[in-house]
Design a binder for this molecule. Structure first.
Ligand code: HEC
Length: 123
């Protein structure tokens, strides 16, 4: 069974031991300013529910993204990130807010796509 898993992992582009995985340059982080600009937009437009320091904060909203966390986008799925752009676009906010958030989301999705394949099959 383990051999089968190892074979599957190999076919998926993984190999054992991990150091044999072809290395790529470390994925570039989106520029910090893009993330901070996006946080500013979200704090201003969505902070009522997505900021824990607000009396109107909602646990369900914080579970998706919590703007007090430096890596607030970390736990968001790609779909949720794209959805956030749509929500800002459809809200009554200055158009620049949408552009600022979209720039961050684009960089974040590109960073995720450039991450090496994670090998979860073989411990
Ligand atoms: C009135 C409170 C409230 C405001 C304001 C608010 N949200 Fe949320 N948001 C929530 C809650 C509660 C959830 C979790 C439950 C849900 O998905 O509806 C959530 C979930 C989300 C999700 C995940 C949806 C999914 O399908 O997984 C996204 C993306 C999101 N919010 C983006 C935004 C953006 C962007 C804004 C600002 C334009 C915003 N929210 C403003 C309460 C809010």
């Amino acid at each position: 069974m383990r051999a089968l898993l190892a074979l599957l992992a190999l076919l998926a582009g993984c190999s054992d031991p991990p150091r044999a995985i072809p290395t790529r340059a470390a994925p570039a982080e989106p520029p910090r300013s893009a993330r901070e600009d996006a946080r500013w937009v979200l704090e201003s437009d969505c902070g009522g529910c997505h900021r824990p320091d607000q009396p109107t904060a909602q646990p369900g909203a914080l579970a998706v993204f919590d703007l007090s966390r430096p890596d607030f986008a970390e736990r968001m799925t790609d779909t949720q990130l794209a959805d956030a752009v749509v929500r800002v676009e459809e809200g009554e906010f200055p158009p620049s807010h949408r552009d600022t958030l979209a720039a961050f989301v684009e960089a974040e999705l590109a960073r995720r796509a450039s991450e090496p394949v994670r090998c979860a099959l073989v411990p």
